[in-house]
Design a binder for this molecule. Structure first.
Ligand code: ATP
Ligand code: K
Ligand code: MG
Length: 699
């Protein structure tokens, strides 16, 4: 599902079903949900009845006129239905392409949660959260889950559209696998994380199909405003009738206003343009995001994205590729590379993270196969000390032997963490080691200091690469007024170097998951809207707190669940598109509301003289458009009112283009275009339709 699978705006394939849907949506239960269009709907029914009545000879006006008005009122409803159906059709086509992603029919369910245990075939649909399955080369991952054993290359192209295979492995931030992806080599033991029907793809489908699309607070507020305007105009129009009857009676001359004309006036004055296009705008926003390969699970988050002030990003795996590899061993003074390799090898044996595994691989190059075997034997009764974001260290405790009691503590970890550790044991960190670590950090690599008990044996360099082409995109975010802050558990020097290379505005180093969360809360308390982009399990609390939370598709299940959007391309700067879509959504609504209300001026000048000229001949002075006849004036206004919906469908679906020119300038620009445009366009449009009606001999 790459961006190339986007659906053209007016794809003829989507056209016909949308036309059919436009009629299906005439169902009163559908119309009931939109107060503005409900009034038009009732008006269409009412004028149709008036037409039938006139047909039988006791009408208030010529039957052809009443039927023409009724017909165009029906068109107004149908055009609005069509706009909504077209937007939904695009999403459904996207959902269909997701549904086309193949699903595994059955899985190899393991009897025990480890590799080598016997397995039985099980229908994929019968798997449950917590089940453990074996996925071997050529097999499809049956459901979303977490790798608990093994390393394998996985083809995720069905979901990401990215053809290069990715590595999935237990431990660390690359352990999540998605149902529907295929293992290409080796094997994985996967613990299933969801029940059938709740997987990532299932949720994506439900989201894009709109089944779960709820109205956002902004949309509800606008709906209330539109409903209030509708009621005001309804009251105004209804009171015109007794007023007209009374005037005619008092003057003993003229004709009272017709009901058909009053309905026409009402429909022209209520905000049908925005009312008819509102839901299409919302649905289209979601599908635009989807074309950018971002799956949003909350419409509210898409809107919030339009107003984001701060973007927080985690470093490893988000700004960098996150596949930190050990590249260099730097022994401490008085230590040999061999000694460092031995301790690093031992301290990383139980470390399942990519960092740990790559240290084992590098150390093994410095050691002989026999040495490794001997070292392995010494681990027989060792106790693993796993890495945690709090301690920033990992390692093993070897049982003490003879004089050496208590146990031998082998550790590797962040510079400050190991410094505290050896100082607590009564030793110090050599300045040479400190300098070596700082050298490594200044290059943007992560130094891991290795200690054997209180003795520091050296430093390992972990290299990571900043994702390409993100600097330019961060400056684009800056031009939009969004501050970018990198938050990392890594040391300040590495953080500063990566921050400079990536071009973020600010950074916070040595941040624990709690510190990440606290920083987001602090910004929120200052009244700012915060977006967070992350991939790790330790980013999940922060993602859950952020207003807009984008998880990398390469990230862990926990991160994806805490987020309200997932970027299938795992691009940390994708927020740019998300913000643009959010802003476009808000601006499109604003623009069409302005346009819709500004239109009323011209319609007022067209209809008021037309319906009151018989009651009050001097009102002819208001007929500044010089429309041919009262009937043609009313009909022209109604036709214009209907056609404008059709002309604005492309704008509603594509959105008003966002430009980074500052909020005030943008508002002024939009008011100018859609306010003044909304004033002027209908004068021209209505006059034109009037001329055509005359030419056709209909006026
Ligand atoms: N497997 C490991 N063993 C020992 N120490 C580790 C290990 N992994 C990381 N560290 C140390 O802990 C620090 C913090 O971990 P990590 O970088 O994963 O934090 P983080 O909060 O996820 O930050 P980010 O992902 O943004 O870089 C690292 O900079 C490194 O010094
Ligand atoms: K209207
Ligand atoms: Mg991380």
């Amino acid at each position: 599902m790459s961006s190339s699978s986007g659906f053209a705006l007016f794809d003829p394939a989507l056209f016909k079903p949308a036309l059919v849907q436009a009629f299906v949506k005439l169902d009163p239960r559908v119309q009931w949900r939109n107060p503005v269009m409900l009034v038009v709907y009732v008006g269409s029914l009412f004028t149709t009845l008036l037409g039938v009545h006139a047909w039988h000879g006791h009408g208030e006006a010529a039957p052809w006129f009443i039927f023409s008005v009724a017909l165009w009122l029906w068109f107004t409803v149908l055009f609005a239905n069509f706009a909504e159906a077209l937007a939904e059709g695009r999403s459904q086509a996207q959902a269909a392409s997701l549904r086309g992603i193949q699903k595994a029919g059955w899985a190899k369910k393991l009897q025990q949660p480890r590799h080598g245990s016997p397995w039985l075939p099980e229908e994929a649909g019968l798997l449950r959260r917590g089940d453990v399955v074996l996925v071997e080369a050529g097999d499809m991952v049956p459901l979303d889950g977490e790798v608990i054993e093994g390393v394998a290359s996985v083809d995720e192209s069905a979901i990401t559209g990215e053809s290069a295979p990715v590595i999935r492995e237990s431990g660390g931030d690359f352990s999540a696998v998605t149902g529907g992806t295929r293992v290409l080599s080796d094997w994985l033991v996967v613990r299933i994380g969801v029940n059938p029907g709740e997987s990532f793809i299932d949720r994506m489908i439900r989201m894009v199909e709109g089944a779960q699309r709820q109205k956002t607070p902004n949309e509800i507020a606008l709906n209330i405003l539109l409903a209030a305007l509708t009621i005001v105009f309804l009251v105004v129009t209804v009171t015109l009738l007794p007023y007209s009857l009374f005037s005619v009676q008092a003057a003993q001359s003229g004709h009272p206003v017709t009901l058909t004309a009053l309905v026409a006036l009402l429909v022209c004055l209520i905000p049908t343009t925005i009312g008819g296009l509102l839901s299409a705008i919302g649905v289209a926003g979601m599908s635009r995001l989807m074309q950018a390969n971002v799956i949003a699970t909350s419409g509210r988050a898409v809107e919030a994205a339009g107003d984001v002030d701060v973007l927080m990003l985690d470093k490893t795996g988000t700004i960098t590729h996150g596949n930190r590899q050990a590249t260099q061993l730097r022994p401490a003074p008085g230590q040999t590379e061999l000694a460092l390799a031995q301790v690093a090898w031992l301290a990383s044996q139980a470390d399942e993270t990519p960092e740990g595994r790559s240290i084992v691989a590098l150390a093994a190059q410095a050691l002989s196969a026999q040495a490794c075997a001997a070292l392995g034997a010494s681990l027989a009764q060792a106790v693993a000390v796993p890495f945690s974001a709090q301690t920033r260290m990992s390692g093993v405790d070897l049982p003490g032997s003879g004089a050496q009691r208590p146990a031998r503590l082998l550790r590797k970890g962040a510079l400050e963490a190991v410094r505290r550790h050896v100082e607590a044991l009564g030793s110090t960190l050599p300045t040479e080691v400190q300098r070596a670590a700082e050298d490594i950090a200044r290059r943007g690599s992560t130094p891991l200091v290795v200690a054997d008990g209180a003795q520091v044996v050296g430093v390992v360099e972990l290299k990571d690469i900043v994702k390409t082409g993100i600097q330019e995109r961060f400056s684009a975010l800056r031009r939009m007024g969004i501050k970018t802050v990198m938050i990392t558990g890594d040391n300040p020097l590495t953080a500063a170097s990566i921050a400079a290379e990536a071009g973020v505005d600010d950074f916070l180093a040595e941040a624990t998951p709690e510190a990440k969360l606290a920083l987001i809360r602090q910004y929120q308390q200052e009244g700012r809207l915060v977006a967070m982009t992350g991939d790790g399990t330790n980013d999940a609390p922060a993602l859950a707190q952020a207003d807009v939370a984008v998880a990398m598709n390469t990230g862990t299940q926990a991160a994806k669940e805490a987020a309200n959007m997932v970027d299938l391309d795992s691009n940390p700067t994708k927020l740019l598109e998300v913000v643009e879509t959010g802003k476009a959504l808000l601006m499109t609504r604003g623009a069409l509301t302005t346009f819709s209300i500004a239109n009323d001026v011209a319609k007022f000048f067209a209809i008021i003289p037309a319906i009151f000229v018989l009651t009050y001949p001097p009102l002819e002075a208001l007929n500044i458009m010089r429309l041919a006849s009262p009937q043609s004036a009313i009909l022209s206004a109604v036709i214009f009112n209907a056609l404008v919906i059709v002309f604005l469908i492309p704008l509603a679906l594509q959105g008003v283009r966002y430009r980074a020119i500052g909020a005030a300038a943008l508002l002024r620009r939009n008011l100018l275009i859609y306010g003044l445009g909304g004033l002027a366009v209908p004068f021209v449009g209505i006059k034109l339709i009037d001329l055509i009606l005359v030419a056709l001999g209909l006026a």
